[in-house]
Design a protein around this ligand. Structure first.
Ligand code: GUN
Ligand code: ZN
Length: 370
């Protein structure tokens, strides 16, 4: 195992912990911004360091296509290729192929897809995904899983869960750098409590360095989503990190943290920034709106980020959708907002005032109490 995980404090099921990885020390609850081609869209690695990010996500699928895992390996791994001294996590690639390419076909061997570069058929097996992730060299690597949409029902959900359990064993056998990279297993099973239970038990028996809860945030009802998270966190070990994949709305992070989850990732804060939306304690601020044209306040009066210190809503309104700088500045604030939310959660749990923090958060987001 190449990590240390220490729970520092609890409030009911919520945990504040310290996660020590080979390249940095992180505090949970923890939001991880998502990069695709070895970059978080619109932000430099120096800016990410300034904002306080300790770990960012890269995608095996994108990186393997361009610039290619062998090239990254020759250049000393992704940390040195992108000049990012802190921690990295790579997703296994299967989910991206299935969600991005409708042509992907899943068999017991792996995921077959048409290369978007040259159209040739390619096969990503659990062994190949791990070999690529070993070359990229992230601190945390993810098992290849068989993901179905949360809205899928019937035998396909069960098949995917059992296949995910068979594939994790192939991933473990293929993993060549267990003392430098942490392989996390992913719990699947759709919205079915029986299937989730089987998958949690199967994963826990393998004594992995950490566990993810996958297959969520795909259009299911909020209470089904939260029910699955609650069930999985209850069955996962207390002394290992728990990561809910693809989750990144501030409200979901607060709720999942209350349910005992520790780590999250999502493109939402940077994607929504590119559409001119800023994250604020009251919810969202649509910068394209005409009312912003003469609003000389910062995006968020309670935010101490560089953008909130220097620029007005009015100035950002004039940039968004016209100048690349507009989405860059809003992305900077949005990622800073997520980092502050993570820190606030951590400290409120540590200081025994988690319920008050959650109440304050909800009151600002839903002032009418709805
Ligand atoms: N990203 C968001 N959800 C998932 C998932 O279920 N599996 C993987 N591998 N990545 C994800
Ligand atoms: Zn700000």
């Amino acid at each position: 195992m190449a990590l240390q995980f220490e729970v520092l404090a609890r409030f009911n099921r919520a945990r504040a912990s310290r996660l020590t990885l080979p390249h940095s020390q992180c505090e949970t609850p923890l939001f991880m911004p998502v990069g695709t081609q070895g970059t978080i869209k619109g932000l430099t690695s120096t800016q990410l360091e300034d904002i306080g990010c300790q770990i960012i996500l890269g995608n095996t699928y994108h990186l393997a296509l361009r610039p290619g895992a062998d090239l990254i390996d020759e250049l000393g791994g992704l940390h040195s290729f992108m000049n990012w001294p802190r921690s990295l996590l790579t997703d296994s690639g299967g989910f991206q192929m299935v969600s991005l390419l409708h042509l992907a076909d899943i068999t017991e061997e792996g995921v077959t897809f048409q290369s978007p570069v040259d159209g040739k058929p390619m096969l990503l097996t659990p062994e190949e995904s791990i070999a690529i992730q070993n070359k990229i060299g992230a601190d945390i690597i993810m098992a290849l899983d068989d993901v179905v949409k949360t809205t899928t029902t019937g035998p396909r959900v069960e098949e995917a869960m059992h296949r995910t359990l068979r594939w994790i064993k192939r991933c473990i056998n293929a993993h060549k750098r267990p003392t430098e990279q942490n392989l996390f297993g992913i719990v699947q099973g759709g919205l079915d409590p029986q299937l989730r239970d089987t998958c949690v038990k199967g994963m826990v028996a393998l004594d992995l360095p950490g566990y993810a809860i996958g297959g969520l945030a795909g259009g299911e009802e909020k209470d089904s989503f939260w029910r699955v998270v609650a069930q999985c966190t209850a069955g996962l070990p207390e002394d290992k990190p728990r990561y809910v994949m693809g989750v990144g709305f501030p409200l979901d992070i607060v709720v999942c943290s209350a349910l005992g989850a520790d780590m999250y990732d999502c493109v939402y804060p940077t994607r929504t920034a590119r559409f001119g939306t800023a994250l604020v304690p009251e919810g969202v601020l649509k910068l394209k709106h005409a009312s912003m044209a003469a609003d000389f306040r910062p995006l968020d009066e309670t935010c101490s980020c560089m953008v909130c210190k220097r620029y007005t809503r009015s100035y950002l309104h004039s940039l968004v959708t016209k100048e690349a700088m507009g989405s860059q500045l809003v992305s900077y604030h949005n990622v800073a907002y997520m980092m502050k939310l993570s820190r606030d959660l951590h400290h409120s749990i540590l200081e025994g005032r988690f319920p008050e923090f959650v109440q304050g958060f909800l009151r600002k987001q839903f002032p009418q109490g709805d």
